[in-house]
Design a protein around this ligand. Structure first.
Ligand code: AMP
Length: 426
């Protein structure tokens, strides 16, 4: 199948050509025809599968007909970075359409956003909090919305945005098309989907499984030697662009500084930074100015940097779903990538849970010539806080259907590395 089979408006087709897309990804092939028919869609897709274009292209096509200068498509996303990314895609695909997209999120001035809204935009990509501010200040009119997209719904739930989203929904016309995308489908998302979607079509690609272009490895190491081991890994691995995850903002900042002090072009991306510094870190990572970006989960959610060669979990994530999201940053758009996870004795239960979700054992690796027996300094750095136990009702559904369960059992028997030999270490 090729993009020209969708019969997009020629001005949308021109944007697809400029982007260099020829063959739709599986989620695009499934979702685009349904969205073009005006149906409600629930998309179960991990990040990196091409879901942005899966909704952005048919929305642009739909907006070519009908009025201008009023907000007709609203996309709600959990983070500013993701909102910017979606907006950039609309601008890129819609360059010839004359349709305007703007972003609405906190941490930057309210006035310029209100001004742009007044000047007229057909597409708004927003984070929930600031959007509600605009609704309350009556600087946005949502009465002409034709299409609503809730992107990364599971992340919005984790971030506590659902009450805001429900308030926003009460300001939208009842007659509209709604698209909901989520990487996982815990009960709360199902409930929201039931509330907001009308007779939805479900499209699904490889839920709860990372792209098979990623190879995984665990590096057992004492807590106090993690930074040294990371430096050793960076020294001896053929890395291109490395995204490192820590559990806390503080650890992200400290590790970023340590890497810079050791001569790496590194930056950290965490919630304590101003929006302009977050953007600078992200742009610098994207352009190659920074070889290493150290980030927390929330800061890095959804970021699309296609050439990331390695994801390093400096701290193991809190849930198997978070593991999948993190490593979804590498191996994007069919490139290959490596996911390294540093683990301590305390991480055994989480490793087991991750392996269960992935359906196989992850290779344990030791770095040659690295001294694992260096004693901890007397005044040891506080270990990261253990993840809070998720209340039962918030636990994402990990149940698999019969055939998927069988597939997982089959996968469990094989290791998760690619067959090509992993980057040599040590
Ligand atoms: P997304 O999941 O929307 O963040 O997309 C992941 C990456 O895949 C982005 O860098 C997109 O530009 C790229 N991509 C999406 N769809 C296609 C396609 N049909 N052909 C080539 N690249 C694509």
């Amino acid at each position: 199948m090729q993009f020209n089979q969708f019969n997009f408006h020629p001005k949308v087709t021109s944007g697809i050509t400029t982007a260099g897309y020829v063959t739709p990804t599986p989620i695009q092939a499934q979702a685009i025809p349904k969205v073009m028919q005006g149906l409600d869609v629930m998309g179960l897709a991990q990040t990196g599968t091409g879901k942005t274009a899966a909704f952005a292209l048919p929305i642009l096509h739909r907006l070519m007909d009908g009025g201008r200068k009023s907000v007709r498509a609203l996309v709600i996303a959990p983070t500013r970075e993701l909102a910017e990314q979606i907006h950039t895609s609309f601008e890129q695909f819609g360059a010839a359409t004359g349709l305007r997209s703007i972003t609405i999120y906190g941490g930057v001035g309210f006035g310029p956003q209100a001004k742009k809204l007044k000047q007229g935009a057909e597409i708004v990509v927003a984070c929930p909090g600031r959007l509600l501010d605009h609704i309350q200040q009556k600087t946005i009119d949502l009465s002409r919305i034709d299409v609503l997209v809730l992107d990364e719904a599971d992340q919005m739930f984790d971030m506590g945005f659902f009450p805001d989203i429900r308030k926003i929904l009460s300001h939208l016309p009842k007659r509209r098309q709604t698209l909901l995308f989520s990487a996982t489908m815990p009960n709360e998302i199902r409930k929201l989907a039931h509330e907001v979607l009308n007779n939805p079509e479900t499209v699904q690609v490889a839920t709860a499984a990372p792209a098979d272009t990623v190879s995984h490895a665990l590096y057992p190491v004492p807590q106090h030697l993690k930074a040294d081991l990371l430096l050793e890994l960076l020294r001896h691995t053929d890395t291109n662009s490395v995204l490192v995850f820590t559990r806390t903002k503080h650890r992200a900042k400290r590790l970023g500084e340590k890497l810079t002090g050791s001569g790496y072009q590194a930056a950290s991306l965490q919630g304590n930074l101003s929006q302009s510094r977050r953007q600078e870190a992200l742009d610098g990572f994207r352009s190659g100015k920074y070889q290493v970006l150290v980030a927390t989960d929330i800061a890095a959610r959804g970021i699309d940097v296609s050439q990331i060669s390695h994801v390093v979990n400096f701290d193991i994530p809190n849930t198997p779903e978070a593991y999948i999201h993190r490593i979804g940053r590498t191996g994007r758009a069919a490139r290959t990538g490596d996911a390294f996870t540093m683990v301590t004795g305390e991480d055994t239960a989480m490793i087991r849970a991750i392996e269960k979700t992935l359906g196989g054992t992850i290779e344990r690796r030791k770095v040659d010539n690295f001294n694992y027996s260096v004693a901890a300094p007397l005044k040891q750095e506080q270990p990261p806080r253990r993840p809070r136990q998720q209340p039962a009702s918030r636990k994402p559904a990990t149940k698999v259907s019969g055939s998927e369960g069988a597939k997982q059992a089959q996968r469990r028997r094989r290791p998760l590395s690619r067959t090509t030999s992993p980057a040599r270490v040590g």
